[in-house]
Design a protein around this ligand. Structure first.
Ligand SMILES: Nc1nc2c(c(=O)[nH]1)N[C@H]1C(S)=C(S)[C@@H](COP(=O)(O)O)O[C@H]1N2
Ligand SMILES: [Mo]
Length: 250
C-alpha cells in the first residue's frame, strides 16, 4: 500500500498529533510504529466510507459452475413451507414489515413484475467452497422505498421458512448493503426457477458477504432499529449459534 506523507499527516493529525515536516521523526522506531497504526486507521476509515459501495466481481456465462451446490437446509421440513411448495408457491407471500409506513405482502408474480437485475457472481461459503451462478430478481432498494422505510430503521432482518434443530434460520444486513445495487431477491438461478435446495421460492443475494448471509426460503423482511432484541441478539442464525461474525464482508 502506498500512502503519501500528506495523508499520513492527515490521519495522525485527526488523532491529535501534529506532523509537520516530519522527515526525521519518521525514522525514529516509535514513530514508525505510530505511522503503521496510521496506515491501518486510514485503511479502516477508507473501507468504511468507500469499499462498502464497491461492486462484487461479475463473471461471464461460460464461467458459471457446472453444478451450483447447496449447503445448510436443502429441503425445509416445516409444514408451512411444504404447503406452499405443494401449491406451487401460489399463496406464498414475502412480507415487508417492521419500521415501514406501508407494510407489503408481495407474491412471486409481484416480484417478477418489478425491474429485474441479472448478475453472475461467486458464492463463497465460510466452509471453504465457492460456486459461480447467475441470479435473477428484483433489487431490494425499490421494494424498501415502496414500503416507505422509516428514518429510524437501521437494519433489515430476513426471516426464513426453514428450521435447523428446531430454530428457524434468519439473517440481517445494514442499510448500506440493503441499498447496494447488487443486493437482490432472486427467484431464479441460471435462468431456471430457484431450485428447492437453493432457497425456493425466493432468497437474498448480498454479494459483498459470505455464504451464510445469503438467506434462503424467505418469508419476510423486517426493518428494525436494533438487532439485540431479535432472537439470540447477534443478528443471524450462525451468529447466535456458533459465534460467526455478523459482518461477513469479502
Ligand atoms: N434459510 C437458510 N438460508 C441459508 C442457509 C440455511 O441453512 N437456511 N445456509 C447458508 C449457508 S451456510 C450457505 S453457504 C448458503 C448456501 O446456499 P446454497 O444452498 O444455494 O449453496 O445459504 C445460506 N443461507
Ligand atoms: Mo456457508
Amino acid at each position: 500500500m502506498t500512502i503519501d506523507l500528506t495523508r499520513r499527516g492527515l490521519v495522525l493529525g485527526a488523532g491529535g498529533l501534529l506532523l509537520a515536516g516530519c522527515d526525521r521523526l519518521n525514522e525514529a522506531p516509535a514513530f514508525r510504529e505510530l505511522l503503521k497504526t496510521g496506515e491501518r486507521l486510514n485503511f479502516t476509515a477508507h473501507r468504511a466510507v468507500s469499499d462498502r459501495q464497491a461492486l462484487a466481481r461479475e463473471f461471464s456465462p461460460a464461467e458459471r459452475s457446472p453444478v451450483f451446490r447447496s449447503n445448510g437446509t436443502r429441503l425445509p421440513m416445516t409444514p408451512q413451507w411444504q404447503r406452499w411448495e405443494e401449491a406451487g408457491f401460489a399463496d406464498w407471500r414475502l412480507r415487508v414489515f417492521g419500521l415501514v409506513d406501508r407494510p407489503l405482502a408481495l407474491s412471486l408474480a409481484d416480484l417478477r413484475r418489478l425491474p429485474q437485475r441479472e448478475q453472475i457472481t461467486r458464492h463463497d461459503c465460510v466452509e471453504g467452497w465457492s460456486a459461480i451462478g447467475k441470479w435473477t430478481g428484483a433489487r431490494l432498494a425499490p421494494i424498501l422505498r415502496a414500503a416507505g422505510l422509516r428514518g429510524d430503521a437501521r437494519y433489515l432482518v430476513f426471516h426464513c421458512a426453514d428450521a435447523i434443530g428446531g430454530r428457524s434460520y434468519y439473517e440481517s444486513i445494514d442499510l448500506i448493503d440493503a441499498f447496494h445495487p447488487q443486493t437482490i431477491l432472486p427467484h431464479a438461478l441460471n435462468d431456471a426457477p430457484l431450485p428447492v435446495a437453493n432457497g425456493a421460492p425466493l432468497r437474498l443475494r448480498v454479494e459483498r458477504q459470505l455464504g451464510y448471509k445469503q438467506a434462503k426460503y424467505l418469508t419476510g423482511v423486517e426493518a428494525v432499529a436494533r438487532l439485540d432484541g431479535i432472537r439470540g441478539g447477534k443478528g443471524g442464525f450462525w451468529e447466535d449459534q456458533a459465534g460467526y461474525e455478523w459482518y461477513a464482508g469479502i
